[in-house]
Design a protein around this ligand. Structure first.
Ligand SMILES: O=C1C[C@@](O)(C(=O)O)C[C@@H](O)[C@@H]1O
Length: 710
């Protein structure tokens, strides 16, 4: 995953000026040389531009491995993103522009902006009407921003005029939350696309009256969850007990939750008849809250089926990139999966729902079999939205284990269960194992001694999740030894550290990402073994690219990494955020995926670069400080806002004890800096997902790994 063969560079003191640091090392090559100075393995894993874009869509063309086709789903947003800001809050416009890697302006009437230049335009709240005069509304995305720090709420009427609303407070999480919000509303990340490919998905139904109470345990609570549900109807606003929490309170609670979890959020306003607290006398109340959730950029909104059709239809029309979960609950205990009503309800739900949730209270075990039959009939249709269906009550617990689509789960640390019969992720896995649906598998961490702490951590996760699998850590032996492990009857998958080249592996099947990158770091099962046989099929995967992508897209949206130069600014009101190329230190990429990656090898190569968007260093630990002068060199260009550098993102892939403090230097010089620890933690998240199909949140991995890697 991390380059190991690096061009030698003269050891220099930290304070050495950049002109001395990058004197051509003895074996360094001209920047445009096509000859590689690093191993094939190391370099090809690091096409940051395509990694951020989405290497899932990087596939080998029919012409062979060199004809790699990279399709980019992270389209640069078209149109103008108009940020409506409160007087004195202009910094939020700068931040949006930074996150998007776009130029920005504040003084132009929107209608005069060119239709082709993509910019961020800041408009102060009072000027919105005037700024919009004569403007083609379809070509702008209006975002009302509001700082909640002083306890104020945004002007409702203003938000109604806008497409979205972003609430914020100046915390260390602001930038990250903004990135997540923008990535979703602009369709640059589509969490649901990712989740729908998983064989099983769970969501944790939180039941806190106040999200603050959830924060200390949120990481551990969400182990095994793919999404977090906020039960808005269960929130209790101080001094307003017994009343529907205000939009102001709900907005702040949601902001808080989103700042503390990377998981997608499900926004639920459960009505009184369906075990919730939202009153049913005025359906427009639901519209108001659910519409606002869409404006807040929530990933999933739960829309109850009893709501009048025009409300459900209108929500579907304005859903943007949010996903609608249609919800039907029956608590009567007399409703039947075998009745014609079941199909009718599914069909009605499918009209506007991207996912159909159907839940009934039962009192006999047979009703679970009836549900399974209904599930199979829906599946056999082959098209339409996926069905998430469970039975409530103790007798319904079997169905909670058998449901595979967004199973609601609970956790002992929650104040109460959200519905009768809810199970934890571990209980569901244990039940599946007992029923023979989740056979024990022998997993391996194959490679160097470095994999040991990671495999110990994985073992803890297996225990926490109630999974029956074992994990064994073994050194990579002589040639052929891996094949003998793969042929073990109970072999259930492996993580490989360091990874192996696809050309030398004996794994017949490869994922697109592994093929394009040329490395396998995970061997994952694609199908469970048939009873009594070892017919599991395996696929060579690459988890590291997702680790790199997740790291890099925490503070910048994917399209910010596009290597294409930005359009030139048209007036002096613009500041260019300077999206530029990606530069490497300590290694040189080569091969079909190296497009857009340039190495810094000499002082000449530094002189040619005005604003590197990303610098990736993979210097060996004892030389890690050599990058520091370079990071200082690209500090501020004098024109940018105080926190801006001429370079934006610094990724330090040096593993082990670094000499100097390149990350500290980078941060104090204004870079957004990430270390190998971040990439490793995200890669572990992805590895667990590939090996055991379960989600362990990043923050949990980082927390468990402490300061060291694990
Ligand atoms: O719809 C559901 C499912 C649920 O009712 C359950 O039965 O687990 C729990 C609710 O919080 C959630 O919104």
């Amino acid at each position: 995953m991390i380059p190991t063969a690096l061009p030698p560079m003269a050891p220099l003191l930290d304070e050495t000026p950049v002109s001395n640091v990058l004197c051509d090392p003895p074996t360094a090559l001209p920047a445009n040389s096509s000859t590689s100075t690093s191993t094939p393995n190391s370099s090809s894993a690091l096409n940051i531009a395509s990694i951020v874009s989405n290497p899932d869509q990087v596939s080998a063309s029919s012409t062979g491995r060199n004809g790699v086709h990279v399709s980019n789903s992270s389209e640069t947003p078209s149109g103008t993103v108009v940020i409506v800001f409160q007087p004195g809050q202009e910094h939020i416009v700068h931040m949006v522009a930074e996150v998007l890697g776009k130029p920005w302006t504040t003084e132009t009437a929107i209608s005069t902006l060119s239709k082709t230049d993509v910019v961020v335009a800041g408009v102060v709240t009072d000027n919105l009407e005037r700024s919009l005069e004569g403007c083609d509304r379809a070509s702008v995305i209006l975002v009302n921003t509001h700082s909640v720090e002083d306890g104020s709420a945004p002007d409702d009427a203003l938000t109604e005029r806008c497409d979205y609303e972003f609430l914020y407070s100046r915390t260390p999480f602001l930038r990250r939350d903004l990135t997540r919000f923008l990535s979703l509303i602009l369709g640059q990340t589509r969490p649901h696309e990712d989740l729908r490919t998983k064989t099983r998905t769970n969501f944790i139904s939180t039941t806190f009256p106040d999200v603050h109470a959830a924060l200390p345990n949120l990481d551990i609570l969400s182990v095994g969850s793919d999404a977090v549900e906020i039960r808005v109807d269960l929130l209790v606003e101080p001094q307003c007990e017994g009343k529907v929490p205000s939009l102001k309170y709900v907005g702040q609670q949601l902001m808080l939750l989103r700042q503390h979890t990377e998981l997608p959020i499900i926004f639920t306003t459960r009505c009184t008849k369906e075990n919730g607290k939202f009153p049913m006398d005025d359906p427009s109340l639901f519209f108001k809250y659910l519409r606002r959730a869409i404006q807040w950029g929530v990933e999933y909104v739960d829309v109850e089926l009893w709501l009048p059709e025009d409300i459900r239809q209108r929500l579907a029309e304005v859903k943007g990139n949010s996903v609608i979960m249609s919800a039907f609950h029956d608590f009567s205990g007399t409703w039947k999966w075998t009745s014609s009503d079941a199909s009718r309800i599914f069909n009605e739900s499918a009209k506007y729902g991207d996912i159909v949730k159907m839940i009934a209270m039962v009192s006999t075990i047979e009703e679970n079999y009836e549900l399974e039959y209904f599930r199979s009939t829906i599946k056999s249709r082959g098209s339409g939205p996926p069905l998430s269906a469970v039975n409530m009550g103790q007798m319904g617990q079997l169905s909670r284990a058998l449901n595979t689509v967004f199973s609601p789960i609970t956790h002992p640390l929650l104040p109460m269960i959200a519905a009768p019969g809810q199970l934890t992720a571990a209980e569901i896995n244990e039940a599946l194992h007992i029923m023979g649906q989740l056979p024990k598998r022998d997993l391996y961490a194959i490679g160097s001694f470095r994999s040991t702490p990671q495999s110990m951590f994985m073992e803890k996760c297996l225990n926490e999740l109630g999974l029956p699998h074992s994990i064994t850590c073994i050194d990579r032996g002589p040639k052929g030894s891996m094949e003998s492990i793969l042929s073990q009857p109970q072999f259930g998958g492996a993580s490989l550290n360091p990874p192996v080249a696809t050309s030398t592996s004996h794994i017949p099947s490869l994922s697109d990402a592994a093929r394009a990158i040329g490395l396998i770091d995970t061997i994952a099962a694609t199908s469970p073994p048939a009873a009594g046989t070892n017919s599991t099929r395996f696929i060579g995967e690459n988890a590291a690219w997702k680790g790199i992508r997740a790291t890099l897209t925490r503070d910048y949206v994917p399209s910010a990494y596009k290597v294409n130069p930005m359009p030139q600014p048209r007036s002096s009101h613009y500041e260019v955020s300077g999206v530029g190329s990606i530069y490497t230190v300590g290694f040189k990429a080569y091969g079909p995926l190296a497009v857009g990656l340039e190495p810094f090898t000499s002082i000449q190569s530094v002189k040619l670069v005005e604003s590197p968007f990303v610098i990736v260093s993979a210097l060996p630990p004892e030389k890690s400080l050599l990058v520091q002068p370079l990071l200082r060199h690209y500090r501020s260009n004098g024109r940018a806002s105080p926190h801006s550098t001429r370079g934006k993102v610094y990724l330090d892939l040096t593993s082990g004890a670094r000499k100097g403090d390149p990350l500290g230097v980078a941060r104090s010089a204004g870079w957004t800096a990430y270390g190998a620890e971040d990439v490793t933690a995200w890669t572990t998240v992805e590895t667990l997902r590939l090996l055991v199909g379960q989600n362990v949140p990043f923050d949990f991995v980082r927390m468990a790994s402490g300061r060291s890697l694990f």
